[in-house]
Ligand binder design. Structure first.
Ligand SMILES: *[C@@H]1O[C@H](CO)[C@@H](O)[C@H](O)[C@H]1NC(C)=O
Ligand SMILES: *[C@@H]1O[C@H](CO)[C@@H](O)[C@H](O)[C@H]1NC(C)=O
Ligand SMILES: *[C@@H]1O[C@H](CO)[C@@H](O)[C@H](O)[C@H]1NC(C)=O
Length: 330
């Protein structure tokens, strides 16, 4: 049977409506923890980490979450997490002292795999290239960024000094979503904030056209997909301000452009969903772009700290204050 014209028109309308209406479904909330670490292994396995020594884990796509308090770490703030499967995950506690812990039995037991009580230590983000190789960065001490690497899935960590990264006075890294560090071409890219906002590729440092100059300003997150970069940030102390809060680039060497319609406020995390589709979130809401970061549409005014697409699969999850974990429904 040949489809009639009206059938085609109807399909088109249904398609247009669904493709432009995104919703956020809250999966869990109500615990006191502020979540900034989120790692989505696949459509079913979701791990999150936050303040008060809390870790959350779901193995059924978020239908239910198991909340874990890591024994002896009830006062620590786990600002980042990397999960590899339903049993294995690495968490990062920022400071006093800084710790990295690992579980291999779904969060029942945690082993301290790294600790550093140097004065001024503050870990900001972790990123893994695969299930073995990862890096963690921390705020600069004596103007040098703290870097440590693992090549055994986080079982051991070595301070990394091969390419020391020097920053300016007052330039540092936000620990707002664990996404200002990104594996790239055998190395890592970092984006900074504070007095300066830079794109740092070990030996190259580009000054960015992102809001900077104050402790609360700068880059918070960087995302990469097949030659395209997107960076978000702004001023967390003035979270509705849209001034210089985002940059994007087209495939090729990173030449950053200002978006025509920027995200609607300070944003702490950005993630690619597909080649040109992105999600970004912050304390003043969530935006979606379908053109590689040039135009952003506000889809929610709700506060979230972190958003991540499944490493394997299409599902997108968000997390934030009050133990809230949500799913993007398209
Ligand atoms: C702790 O961090 C400091 C500061 O970066 C570094 O010099 C030192 O080697 C680290 N210690 C350990 C045990 O990793
Ligand atoms: C930073 O510099 C001070 C003063 O020079 C020195 O005592 C300290 O050991 C240095 N810290 C690190 C981690 O290199
Ligand atoms: C966000 O809040 C503004 C101002 O209150 C309102 O106009 C807008 O419709 C809201 N947007 C969404 C997506 O909820």
């Amino acid at each position: 049977m040949k489809p009639s014209f009206s059938f085609l028109l109807l399909s088109f309308l249904v398609f247009s409506v669904t493709s432009f209406s995104q919703k956020i479904e809250v999966l869990t909330s109500g615990t006191k923890t502020s979540i900034r670490g989120l790692s989505v292994v696949n459509e079913n396995i979701i791990w999150a980490s936050g303040s008060g020594g809390k870790v959350a884990r779901s193995t059924n796509g978020g239908k239910s979450f198991e909340w874990i308090t890591v024994k002896g770490f009830e006062k620590n703030d786990f600002r980042d997490i990397e999960a590899f499967d339903s049993n294995t995950a690495v968490i990062m506690a920022v400071a006093d002292p800084a710790y990295i812990l690992k579980t291999t039995n779904g969060g029942k037991d945690w082993k301290v795999v790294y600790s550093n009580s140097t004065k001024g230590m503050f870990l900001d983000a972790m990123n893994f290239y695969d299930s073995k190789h990862g890096m963690v960065i921390g705020d600069p001490i004596n103007d040098t960024v703290f870097q440590a690497v693992t090549s055994d899935g986080g079982d051991t960590w070595q301070v990394y000094t091969k390419y020391p990264v020097k920053v300016d006075a007052g330039e540092a890294f936000f620990a707002s979503s664990g996404t200002n560090l990104k594996y790239f071409m055998g190395s890592y890219v970092l984006v900074s904030g504070g007095t300066k906002a830079s794109f740092i590729f070990p030996e190259t440092k580009l000054k960015l056209d992102i809001l900077q100059g104050k402790e609360s300003t700068g880059c918070n997150s960087v995302a990469y997909w097949k030659g395209r970069w997107v960076i978000v940030g702004g001023d967390f102390a003035n979270d509705k301000d849209t001034t210089l809060n985002c940059l994007y680039s087209l495939p090729g060497p990173p030449r950053f452009r200002r978006p025509a319609t920027p995200p609607h406020g300070y944003r702490s995390c950005v993630a690619f969903i597909s080649k040109k589709k992105l999600i970004t979130c912050g304390t003043s809401g969530i935006d979606i772009s379908t053109d590689g970061g040039n135009n952003w549409k506000l889809i929610s005014n709700e506060s979230y700290h972190v958003c991540q697409k499944a490493k394997k699969g299409k599902a997108v999850f968000l997390a934030g204050g009050n133990g809230r974990i949500s799913k993007l429904i398209e």
